[in-house]
Design a protein around this ligand. Sequence first.
Ligand code: PSU
Ligand code: MN
Length: 281
Amino acid sequence: MPEPLVALESAVLTHGLPYPLNLETAEALEAAVAQEGAIPKTIALVEGKVRVGLSREEKEALARGGAEKASLWNLPALLAQGKSAGTTVAATLHLAHRHGIRVFATGGIGGVHPEPYDESADLLALARTPLLVVASGPKAILDLRATLERLETLGVVLVGYRTDRLPAFFSPSSPFPVPARVETPLEAARVYLEARELGLGAVLLVNPVSQGLPFERVAAWVEEASHQAAREGIYGKALTPYLLRRLSELSRGETDRVNGLLLRENARLAAQVALALSGLE
Ligand code: PSU
Ligand code: MN
């Protein structure tokens, strides 16, 4: 029986949440996976090496700040230069796949930003990397409609976990329907095996957060934060961390609380799917 491994990303540790909440959250995610009986593997770059599974000291060092943000386009250079970095969904997917891991939990995926043009490498990585990814939908800072269209175009298998609507990260629902839903981790595992059989890319299992924030309220904060980013000329890989930090300030920490909660819930569900998958084989 294959081991029930669950990959966890580390950009949320280095760029997603403030210290020490980021470290506490990273530890809590591993604990949540282990509690379900699966094996957590947080992936990151540590001094020029790919690490699949981090020690407490490595997590602490990454959480304290100064680490880079590794996507695919800078991954080889960061390694060659001996750098430490948190890995985005795109980079984590790629590295997890190379290590034979089939299930991955994150908070929200990157996607299509509102104007000016900016589209996360997460989307193409999902299209070509055959893992089951549990997330609470695209991050709230994104253009949800455009991101959904790109997921369809790219042929990313999209499945709602006990929902017919696309979750919107901090909010459990949005106006946009998903093409399929499942009710159990076992059903999700079956969809994943069919996708593998067909040679498709990732299966994105979207999991609504249990206690989220109203969609309209988050949308208002996002609008304000996006205008500020535009005024300050923030773009590229700095944009997502900037917006998440501004949302945290505008919501007086509410978004950080929900971010922590949804990450834990996704880790738990990913562990359950990994176990179901091990049982099927
Ligand atoms: N989810 C979070 N916090 C984060 C991220 C996701 O709750 O920091 C990270 C993920 O690693 C994702 C990245 O891959 O943000 C997207 O960055 P970009 O938009 O620059 O591709
Ligand atoms: Mn980008």
